[in-house]
Design a protein around this ligand. Structure first.
Ligand SMILES: Nc1ncnc2c1ncn2[C@@H]1O[C@H](COP(=O)(O)OP(=O)(O)OP(=O)(O)O)[C@@H](O)[C@H]1O
Ligand SMILES: [Mg+2]
Length: 455
């Protein structure tokens, strides 16, 4: 194009923009409304296509739209063949790459001989913020375009077909995730999210967990009953959720148990760091953004906040001696690390109780809430009463039965002449499964089974 044409084009655009600004300024809004309405009608006469948009976030702006996710899945698997710009995402267990439509890309689909067009885009809307620089929030959406003569089949059958298939694809490709909450202070801004995640890949299972078989079976049964209890919970009018309190000394397998539970039920894990949550309202927002089929975990609940009611902060016992916590270096470190966070967080006991069983706790489907602590007697009874924490599980020092599980896992040993002696010693001492596991792990190629057991 020659320079002259460019100049003409740019002056035409400038003229149009000027006209638009004057139109906005000088025409009364009512008149503008009429004009816009009739211009839409006019466009409708010329343009025979209908457009439907599906936004990523629902009108309440709190929850990600299920329809949006379903469409995204559907388009990834059905329509990427004819898209030119694709984004690559790694699928389940890193085995293959999934191609997703890129922004502003358009693809076509055919349903019962009817052709439709899908496009994806986003709009950046300014947000209220105290920051000097403008803060934008990105709102994504898909647009479905079709000829108005196919209105019925598309709105009544095609959309339903897309949503159904998209949900089925999600179940097939489900890659479990481990989430952690971003500090509330970082929630506003470009592409901000409340949760960050990685793929959940912890290998722990109930089989590898050193614990009495009876206890393990009981927990497994409880979990199965819960996960199949949709109708039961609906019948009794209770939100479909269950609370577990895991308590015991450090290194007895509480965190390992959570991973085993998640693997057993095929659930996601949301690990909440309470000290970075600003207040109760932010805690609720986090809850709303969790999905069903998940385990929400708050580790070391006794250290996280001042949730210990009247009996808090026993720095020294009555005789002036050190408390159990001060004697144990791990607990002491944990407490110190969380002290700092506590000063900035205003989450209260009542906020946490509401989080567990307030009205909001019922949204989003089946969920398990797990608290862990080294000191169960420090917690406020209201927090751990049955109904909130339905099942209390004590994770204790290693018993002989647990030792046998660990010996089988680590050394592939079912029995050994030293087992008798070990059983006797275990009755006399308190040793955590972590310490047992550490001793059972050969440190070099020369170290054999016998050496490990003698340790
Ligand atoms: N019961 C157990 N069965 C198998 N392995 C265990 C068990 N307990 C501990 N371990 C091993 O010890 C390590 C530490 O255990 P874990 O982190 O689960 O302890 P914890 O009870 O959560 O401790 P803390 O109270 O300090 O958080 C794990 O990596 C795991 O391999
Ligand atoms: Mg732990």
């Amino acid at each position: 194009m020659t320079g002259e044409v460019w100049t003409q084009l740019s002056s035409a655009i400038t003229g149009l923009m000027l006209a638009w600004v004057m139109f906005q300024q000088y025409f009364p809004s009512q008149f503008r409304g009429y004009l816009e309405k009739y211009s839409q009608k006019l466009i409708g006469l010329v343009d025979p296509y209908i457009h439907i948009t599906f936004h990523e976030f629902t009108s309440e702006r709190l929850k990600r739209s299920e329809a949006f996710s379903a469409i995204q899945n559907y388009l990834s698997s059905n329509s990427t063949k004819n898209a030119k710009n694709l984004k690559a995402e790694v699928a389940r267990k890193g085995q293959s790459v999934v191609l997703v439509m890129d922004d502003y890309e358009e693809v076509t689909d055919v349903f019962n001989g009817v052709k439709v067009w899908w496009s994806s885009s986003f709009k950046a809307t300014p947000q209220q913020s105290l920051s000097y620089y403008p803060v934008f929030e990105e709102r994504r959406f898909f647009t479905l375009k079709f000829h108005r003569s196919h209105r019925e089949i598309i709105t009544e059958k095609y959309v339903e077909h897309v949503l159904k298939e998209g949900k089925e694809i999600a179940v097939r490709n489900r890659q479990r995730k481990l989430y952690t909450n971003n500090p509330s202070d970082n929630w506003s801004g470009w592409k901000s999210t409340k949760w960050s995640h990685v793929v959940f890949e912890h290998p722990a299972t109930f089989d590898s967990l050193g614990m009495e078989t009876k206890k393990k079976e009981e927990i497994k049964k409880d979990l199965i009953k819960f996960s199949k209890g949709k109708n039961y919970y609906a019948k009794i009018g209770k939100a479909w959720k269950r609370g577990y309190l895991l308590y015991g000394p450090p290194g007895t397998g509480k965190s390992t148990m959570i991973a085993a539970m998640a693997n057993f039920l095929d659930y996601d894990v949301y690990d909440i760091e309470l000290t970075t949550v600003k207040d109760n309202s932010d805690l609720r927002k986090l809850l709303i953004e969790t999905t069903g089929k998940s385990i929400i975990v708050i580790e070391d609940i006794d250290c996280s906040l001042d949730l210990t009611g009247q009996r808090k902060k026993r720095e020294k016992d009555e005789n002036g001696d050190e408390t159990d916590e001060e004697k144990d270096p791990i607990s002491k470190k944990k407490k110190e690390a969380k002290e700092e966070g506590k000063r900035t967080s205003k989450v209260t006991l009542s906020g946490l109780l509401n989080f567990i069983d307030g009205i909001w706790s019922a949204c989003g489907g089946e969920r398990i809430i797990v608290f862990t602590t080294n000191y169960v007697d420090r917690l406020d009874p209201a927090l751990i009463r049955r109904g909130r924490m339905d099942k209390h599980i004590e994770m204790s020092y290693c018993c002989f039965e647990a030792f046998k599980v660990l010996a089988k896992n680590y050394l592939e040993l079912e029995s050994h002449e030293l087992f008798g002696k070990i059983e006797e010693l275990m009755g006399q001492t308190e040793i955590s499964p972590t310490d047992v596991a550490e001793n059972l792990m050969p440190k070099s190629d020369e170290e054999d089974v016998e050496t490990c057991l003698k340790c």
